[in-house]
Ligand binder design. Sequence first.
Ligand SMILES: [Zn+2]
Ligand SMILES: [Zn+2]
Length: 877
Amino acid sequence: MNQGKIEEKWYQYWVQRGYFTPKIDKTKKPFVVIMPPTNITGELHLGHALTATIEDIMVRWHRMQGDPTLWLPGVDHAGIATQVVVERTLAKEHIDRHQLGREKFLERVWEWANKYRNKIIEEHRRLGASMDWSRLSFTMEEGPSLAVRTAFVRLYNKGHIYRGERIINWCPRCATALSDLETEHQDVQGNLYYIKYPFAEGEGYITVATTRPETLLGDTAVAVNPDDERFKAVIGQKLIVPAVKRIIPIIGDEAIDVAFGTGAVKVTPAHDPVDFEISQRHNLELVNIMNLDATLNENAGPYKGMERFEGRKAVLADLEKEGLLVKIEPYMHSVGHCQRCRTMVEPLASKQWFVKMAPLAAPAIKAVEDGRINIIPGRFAKVYLNWMENIRDWCISRQLWWGHQIPVWYCQDCGELTVTVDIPETCNKCHSKNLKQDPDVLDTWFSSALWPHSTLGWPNDTEDIRYFYPTSVLETAYDILFFWVARMIVMGIEDTGEVPFRAVYLHGLIRDEKGEKMSKTRGNVLDPVPLLEQYGTDAVRFALLMGTAPGNDSKLSTIKLEAGRNFANKLWNAARFVIRSIEPVNQDISIHKDKLTVEDRWLISRLNRTIATVNTAIGAYHFEEAQSTIHDFLWGEYCDWYIELAKIRTKNATTENNPIPVLIHVLETALRLLHPFMPFVTEEIWQSLKKASLSPTMQAESIMVTDYPETDNSLIDIKAERVIDTVIDIIRSIRNTRAEHNVENNIWIEAQVYAGELTPSVLLHAQAIESLARVKPLIFLEKHRESKPGENVLVNVLKEAEVTIPMASMVDVEAEKLRLQKEINQNQAEANRLDARLQDSQFLSRAPAAVVEKEQAKQLLIKDKLSRLKQELARLQ
Ligand SMILES: [Zn+2]
Ligand SMILES: [Zn+2]
C-alpha cells in the first residue's frame, strides 16, 4: 500500500471512531484550541501546514494525557480577499459584478466558498489534523452571523460604534474603504511640486510644495507655523487657489513643520488625514474632489471626469501655462497600497462606521499586563501593548457585497436609524415601514474578532460555551497579531467578560531555502500538496517543525524534507527487525525486571530521560526540541546502538538474555511519544507491532487513544548509563581512529582498553566492542597503561576509559615510512624552489606586491606541512 493510502486509511479509522470529538466531562479541565479560520480564497500554503502541525501536536499530546480536548476547525469568508479573486475569475468571462447585480454575484461567491471550503477540509485531513469536524464553523453561517449582529448592536447601544466622516484609505479598484492595517506602505519615487498661490489682494504670492498637485482642487487653506518669522505677518490674509480660483485663508497651525518644502503647506482636508485634523481645529470646509472610482468629480471644475493621474497632468499643464509652477524636484515618499490588489490607495473623507477603540483597549491591555493572557514568545507582549496603547479608531464598514451586511436600517421618511439584531418591521421613531438597510458590509476581521466565542455558540448560552470557554491556547503566525489576536482579546472581553484564551503562541513564517519570504510575485511559493505526495505527511510535518523556534522565521529545504523521510524509513526498518524477531509469536514478551541486562537497563533509563525532556519541552511550547529529542533517541540510542547490540546478543540467545521484550516495550513507548509529531507512521507501526506481539499492554484500538508516556524515575539507572555510554564511547573512538587512518573495513585492528572501576562491567561487552569496532585482539588492561619510550601507539582518552591502538595494527609501518619519505622529498623540493625565488632580488623588485605575498604564504604552508610529515615519520622509527 502506498503512503497516501495508509494515511487515508488511518484518518478514516480515527474519524469513524469519533476520536476527534471530545466528551464533555465536568470533573476535568478541557484543553481547547480554536483553529485560525482558513480563508476560502484558494489553496493552502505552507503556513497553514505549519499551523496545523503545531496545533495537532498540542492537541494530540493533551488528548493522550486524558484531557477532554477540542480542536475546532473553521473557515473564513475573507471578505475583500475573496471578492477580489471572484471578481478576477468573472473578469476572465468579461463580466463585471455590477452587471450581475448583488444577488447573482453573491451566488457566484457562495459557489466559490463551497468549493474551497471542501478543499480546505480535504487538505487538513491529509495533514493528519485531528480536528472535531462535527463542530466545523464558517463565518458566514447563521451562528457566527448572529454573533456578528449581536456584537454590533451591543457596541452601538453602548456608544462604542459610531458613524462619521473621517479620512479613510480608499481603494479605487476594490471600491471600498480599508482599515489602516489593510493598507501597506511602500516607498515610491515621486516628485515634489512647488506651486505659487497668488494673494487675493495686492501683489505677490506664497509658494507651497506638494506631492499630489491635483489635490489643490480641494484646498481650503494654506497653513504655516505661527512661530515661523517668514510668514507671521501674512496669517489671516487670503490666497487664490490656482486652477479653480477659490479664495482661501492663510492659517497658523503648530503642526506645520517649518523645515518641509517652503514652510507653507496647502490644506486639503478631504484628502489627507493630517489636513483633516487641521480642518477640525480651524473649522475649515471639506471639499471632496474625487469620485469613488478615483476620477475627479464636479468640485474639480474643468477637470471633472478625468482619472486622478490624468487630472494631475492637466492641472500641471495649466499651472505651467500660467507661470505658477515654480519647480519640480524628485522626491521619495511613502504611499499606501491596497493589501489585496496593490492599487495605490486614495486617502479621502468619507462617511463610514467606526469602532471607538480606546475604551475597549483598556481591559485588553490589562489582561496581558496582569498575566491572564500569556503571550509566547514574550517579546511580542511588548509589541502588543505598544500597539494597543496607541490604538486608533477602527473603520469597520466596507463598500463590498461579500460579508456581513451592517445591521442598520435607515428610515426613508424621517431619517432615523434603527439598529437591531433582527430585520426590523418599522422605524423606531415614526413607525414607517419604509426602511432601507445600510448596503455596506463589515470588515472581515470583525467576525474573526468574535471567533473564539461565536464558534462556541455565543450569544446563546450553550453547553459548549460554558464548558470550553475561555479556550486554552491561540496559536497563529505572528504577522496577524494586530489584525486578529488583539481584536479577539478586545471583543472576547467585551462580549463575555472573560479573556478568549489563556495563552497566545506565535510561530514564525516559513521562508524558502535562501531565506526569502515566500510570495506569489517572487514565484517561490511551495504548495504543500505535492510535498505531501512526494515525501509523505509525516516527513513534511517533521521538516516544517525542524529548525523552528517560537516567533522566529524558518527555512524549508529539501534537506529537511529528506531528513523527515529518512527518519520515517529508519523507523520502518527498525520496526521490521523487531517484528521479524518476534516470531514465533507465542514467545514470552513480558519484561522480567530481574532478568534485565545492563544494556536493557541503559535503554530503559535513556527512554525515561527522553520522556521527561519531551514532556517538559512540549509544555513549554518548545516543539522542535521535543521532536529532535525523540528523533535522537530513536535514531541514535535505539536503532544505532541497542538494535546493533541486540543483534549480537541474539546470535547466542538464550531465554535468559532475550532482548525482544525490551525491544518491543521501548519501541512501543517511543512510538507513543512520537505520535503527536508523526501520527501516521506511528499508528501504522504500532498496529503492526500489536498484531505481531499480541502484547497484553497493547489492547487499545489505536495509538491515538493510548496514554502519553510519563517518566518513571525509578527506572533511571545511572550505573547502567555509565557502563553502556562507556562501551559506546570506546566503539566510537576506535571507529573514528579507523576512519582517520583510512583503515579498510575488512581489516581487524588491535586495541587495549582500560576503564578504571568500570573495567569488569565493560569487559562483559567485549564481544560487542570487537564486532562493532572490528577489533581483534581486544585486550583489557588491569591498570593504567604506561607508555614506553619509542613506542608507536595512538591513545584515545575518553570520559571514563582509555583506548590504546598500536599503529602497526592499523598500517604497514615499512610501507608507510616509504610513503612519508616520498612525500617529504617532494615537498622539500618545492620549498627549496620557493626559498630561492624569495631570495632573488630581481624577482622581489619586479613582481607586484600581491604576487610576492602569495609566494610567501605558500612557503609558510609548505614549511608547516614538511614539519608535520617529519614528525609522522619520526613516530614510526
Ligand atoms: Zn484593492
Ligand atoms: Zn422613521
